[in-house]
Structure formats: C-alpha cells, structure tokens
Design a protein around this ligand. Structure first.
Ligand SMILES: Cc1cc2nc3c(=O)[nH]c(=O)nc-3n(C[C@H](O)[C@H](O)[C@H](O)COP(=O)(O)O)c2cc1C
Length: 238
C-alpha cells in the first residue's frame, strides 16, 4: 500500500478508506490547470450517489459550474471563497429537490423491474411513501433533503480523494439567489452546499478535532451508570 504523499499528488485508487478520511483537508488553493473530464465527474457523482437517503428518494441534484461564464455568474454569490471559484476544476452546487417524490415511481419501478424488490412490495411502498412525502411541510422537506444531500456530499469528497482530487465544502454563498441566477426553480430546489473539486496547488491545513469521548452521552443521562458525573450534570457535556 502506498502512503499518501502531498495532497493532490498521491496515486489515484491507491488509498484506503481510512487514508481518504484522515488525509482529507479542505483545500482553498487549487491548481487552475487541472480539468476533470465530464465522464470522470459523472462517475464520481454516480459513486457518491450510493449514499443512503430517506426512503431511497435520492433528492440530490447537481449544478456543475465549469465554464468561465458560469464561474462569472457564481463569483458575486460567493462570500469569500473567490479563489476556489476561479481555480477549482469544477464547483458542484448540490441542490435538494423538494419534490423528489416525483421520481419515486421510477426508483421503485426500476427496483422491481430489476428484481431487487418484489413488484407488490414496490407498489405498497409507493402507496405509503408518496402521499406521506407530499404532505410534508416545506420546512420538514427542506430538512430531509439537507440530511440526504449532505450524506451524498460527504461521500463525494471521499470518492474524490480516491480519484486523486481535493475538495472544499463551501457553505458561504448567497443561498437566496443561487437557484434563480442559474435558471433553476427556487421553489422546488434548495441549495445545500457547494463542493469545489480539483487538485491542490497548496495543501489544506490541518485542523483539530474534539475527542469523541468528550461528546458522548452513554444511554440515558439520567441513568446512574451513564457517563461521568460531569456529563450527567443537567444533561450537559462539559
Ligand atoms: C457546511 C460546511 C460549510 C463550509 N463552508 C466553508 C466556506 O464557506 N469556506 C471555506 O473555505 N470552508 C468552508 N468549510 C470547510 C470548513 O472550514 C472545514 O471543513 C473545517 O475547518 C475543518 O477542516 P477540514 O475540512 O480541512 O478538515 C465548510 C464546511 C462545511 C461542512
């Protein structure tokens, strides 16, 4: 197994999952000469889309900003983050589809057709899921698509590592204007996160993580055997 060298210079497909996770850094300085092909990008998105989602509704949608023109539109919407917008190979704006249930029949129909689930089960699940999803408030559905799309986005950042690329998750952009700016229906699609992807020109810096041990409530905080005394105090972690 080859150890990870500097970011963006390791061999693609040559790292373990653990290396992909521990070696990932948010990169803010990308090599402007790196261009990922559409085929490779679609392949990475397909892989990342193996992420779990609530009732497998896969509400993530992607706006890929690659051309100079599209970057020019995106730049004024970025708070800071301008350098990544100029230099990353692509900026993937992840949207959540608030009407994702419109693809339910396709998803469950395909699953039945491919023998993954029995047809009767597919029908029963559709009959239960679609009306329930339609009844969700905008607020509730926004939360659902944010969770699902964030899981996908995390996978994308790890898949990118396996392909030899670096990423920067970006939340600092004008959420209220991004859909309309690119002709996307803002009533239906909510922006979740932008993933800048490319090869690092400068490695990302290390960052500290709180030890998980400090962040855990074991079982019920009221139970005597749960956690430390400090942790139990008013249900607060120190
Ligand atoms: C939801 C979210 C939004 C973020 N927004 C930005 C951003 O706007 N600009 C930026 O440079 N980094 C952004 N980051 C990256 C974080 O600063 C970074 O993940 C954190 O400092 C830990 O560093 P690491 O990713 O290198 O481990 C964001 C990360 C997340 C998860």
């Amino acid at each position: 197994m080859t150890a990870i060298r500097a970011h963006g210079s390791y061999d693609a497909h040559d790292i373990t999952l653990s290396e992909a996770i521990t070696g990932r850094r948010s990169v803010r300085n990308f090599d402007p000469d790196t261009h990922i092909t559409r085929d490779e990008l679609v392949g990475m998105l397909d892989e990342a889309s193996r992420a779990p989602s609530s009732v497998n509704m896969q509400p993530w949608r992607f706006l890929v900003v690659e051309s100079d023109e599209a970057r020019k539109k995106l730049l004024p919407l970025m708070r800071l983050n301008k350098r990544q917008t100029r230099d990353a190979s692509d900026l993937i704006v992840v949207f959540g589809d608030l009407e994702c249930y419109r693809k339910a029949e396709r998803i469950y129909g395909q699953a039945a057709q491919r023998g993954i689930i029995p047809t009767l089960m597919a029908k029963a699940q559709l009959a239960a899921i679609v009306p329930a999803y339609r009844k969700f408030t905008r607020d509730k559905m926004t939360r659902v698509v944010h969770i699902d799309s964030s899981l996908m986005a995390m996978q994308l950042m790890l898949v990118a590592r396996e392909h030899g690329y670096d990423t920067n998750p970006i939340g600092g952009f004008d959420e209220d204007r991004i859909a309309e700016t690119f002709g996307i229906d803002p009533n239906r699609y909510v922006p979740v996160i932008i993933i800048a992807i490319g090869k690092a020109r400068k490695p990302g810096h290390e960052s500290y993580r709180l030890p998980a041990n400090e962040l855990i409530w074991w079982n019920d905080v009221n139970a005597l055997e749960s956690g430390t005394e400090e942790q139990q105090e008013k249900g607060r972690l120190s």
